[in-house]
Write a protein that binds this ligand. Structure first.
Ligand SMILES: [Zn+2]
Length: 400
C-alpha cells in the first residue's frame, strides 16, 4: 500500500507543473510565475487560445451546452461510485490560487470505482464561478448557466504517466457538478471557503485538513450526462471523459458571494468569471444515464426507451463502444438512425408542402387560361386560336 502511494506521489511530482494548474493543463516550464504573462493565457483572450494551443480550436472542445432534448438515454451508464473520499483530518491537502482558480490537490487513493469502463484516480479539484453581476458555470443546460461549477479531475492509471494519460483518448475524466444558491451554508464547501482568504493572491498556497471530499458532489451520483470533450483551459487536450451530474449542489448566498469576491488573479485584479464559453458539439452525442426529456419533439424509442441499437438487442454493442470513450462514448449508430428518421420525416413534410403548392399554382394557371380562351372566343374580332382542338370553350358555349 505504501509503495503504491509512494509511486503515485512520484508520478504526481513528475507532473508537478501540470497538477498545479487548473485541469493541470499548463506548461510546466513556467511554474508559479506571478504577474503578467503567468500561464500564457487568460480568460480575457479566449479567442486567441488556439493560436498558441492548437487543440483549443479542435472539434471536441468543452464546455458545451447540454440540450436535454438531444441527449440519448443509455442503460449502460451505471451510477458513479466513489471510493476513499472520507479523509482523516490528519491528512493535509494543498489548496492553491493559481491565478485562474482555486485548486485542491487530491491523493490518488481517491478513485472512481464504478460508472466508467475503467478505474480513474483523483488528481485535483477546482471551481469555476461568475461575479456578483452574473453566474459562472462552464457547462450550461438548455442554455441556462448556473452560479458555479466544481470539477474533480482524474487520470487513467493504466497510462505510464499522467502526462501520457492527458494525451490519450479517455485518459482523463472530470466529474462536474453545478453550484447553486440554496437556503443554508454547505458544511462541506465551508472547509474550502473558510480558507480562501489565505490564498487571496495568485500563487499563494495553504493546507486544508482532510474531510469527506465526496460531500462536495451531489448526493445523487446516478443521474448524469456523459460526453467526450476536452480540458476547458489551455492546452485544451481533447482527452476528457466528462460526467456532468444532473443534481446541483446548494451553497448559501453568502458562500457563493465569498467565492466570487475573495480571490485575485493576474495583476491583482478580482478573479471572477473564470469560465470558458460553450463550444460547438460538431456532431458529438451527449448520453444521459436517465430519461432527460420526454419532449414530444423527440423520436419515440421502442418499448422501454432503449435506443434501437443496430446489431445488438442486449446492448452489448453499446458496452463495447463505451470501452473506448475517448473515441466517442455511447451508441452513434442508434443516434444516427434516430437523426435520419427525423430528417426523413422533415423531408417528407417539406416535399408534401411543395407539391401541394405546385398543384395549386398549376390549377390556378389552368383556370386563368380557360377564362382567357373563353373571352377570346366570345370576341367577334378576335382571331380564333389555331389549336381549336382545345374544346373547353366549345363545351362552354354548348353549355351556354
Ligand atoms: Zn475546470
Amino acid at each position: 500500500m505504501s509503495c503504491t502511494r509512494l509511486g503515485l506521489s512520484l508520478l504526481l511530482l513528475a507532473a508537478l507543473g501540470w497538477t498545479e494548474d487548473e485541469h493541470g493543463s499548463e506548461d510546466s516550464s513556467h511554474p508559479k510565475k506571478k504577474g503578467p504573462g503567468h500561464g500564457h493565457w487568460s480568460y480575457a483572450d479566449k479567442d486567441e487560445w488556439p493560436l498558441e494551443f492548437p487543440d483549443c480550436g479542435g472539434q471536441m472542445q468543452s464546455p458545451i451546452n447540454i440540450d436535454t432534448n438531444s441527449t440519448i438515454f443509455s442503460r449502460e451508464l451505471q451510477p458513479v461510485v466513489l471510493a476513499g473520499y472520507n479523509l482523516d483530518p490528519s491528512e493535509q491537502l494543498s489548496l492553491m490560487n493559481n491565478g485562474h482558480t482555486v485548486v485542491l490537490r487530491l491523493p490518488g487513493s481517491l478513485t472512481i470505482a464504478s460508472g466508467y469502463p475503467q478505474e480513474y484516480r483523483a488528481m485535483q479539484l477546482h471551481l469555476h464561478w461568475g461575479s456578483p453581476e452574473g453566474p459562472g458555470s462552464e457547462h450550461t443546460v438548455d442554455g441556462r448557466r448556473y452560479d458555479g461549477e466544481i470539477h474533480m479531475v482524474y487520470y487513467n492509471p493504466s497510462s505510464d504517466s499522467i502526462k501520457e494519460a492527458m494525451r490519450q483518448p479517455g485518459g482523463l475524466a472530470v466529474l462536474a457538478a453545478f453550484l447553486q444558491v440554496g437556503p443554508e451554508d454547505n458544511v462541506h464547501y465551508q472547509h474550502l471557503l473558510e480558507q480562501l482568504h489565505e490564498v487571496q493572491e495568485e500563487g499563494k498556497e495553504t493546507t486544508v485538513a482532510g474531510f469527506n471530499i465526496e460531500g462536495l458532489l451531489p448526493a445523487n451520483l446516478g443521474r448524469y450526462y456523459r460526453y467526450s470533450g476536452s480540458l476547458t483551459t489551455p492546452s485544451c487536450y481533447q482527452t476528457v471523459n466528462w460526467t456532468v451530474f444532473n443534481q446541483t449542489v446548494l451553497l448559501s448566498k453568502e458562500q457563493i458571494s465569498l467565492l466570487e469576491t475573495t480571490l485575485q488573479g493576474d495583476d491583482d485584479k478580482d478573479l471572477q468569471n473564470n469560465f470558458r464559453l460553450t463550444q460547438s458539439l460538431h456532431g458529438r452525442k451527449v448520453l444521459a444515464s436517465f430519461q432527460a426529456s420526454l419532449s414530444p419533439r423527440r423520436v419515440p424509442l421502442p418499448d422501454d426507451g432503449v435506443p434501437p441499437m443496430t446489431p445488438a438487442p442486449d446492448g452489448a454493442t453499446e458496452r463495447s463502444t463505451a470501452e473506448a470513450p475517448g473515441a466517442g462514448a455511447g451508441c452513434p449508430p442508434c443516434a444516427d438512425s434516430e437523426k435520419q428518421l427525423g430528417f426523413a420525416l422533415q423531408t417528407a413534410e417539406v416535399l408534401a408542402g411543395l407539391f401541394g403548392g405546385l398543384f395549386a399554382v398549376t390549377a390556378l394557371a389552368f383556370l386563368i387560361y380557360i377564362y382567357k380562351q373563353r373571352s377570346q372566343t366570345r370576341r367577334p374580332d378576335s382571331h380564333p386560336k389555331p389549336n381549336v382542338i382545345y374544346t373547353a370553350a366549345t363545351t362552354d358555349e354548348n353549355a351556354v
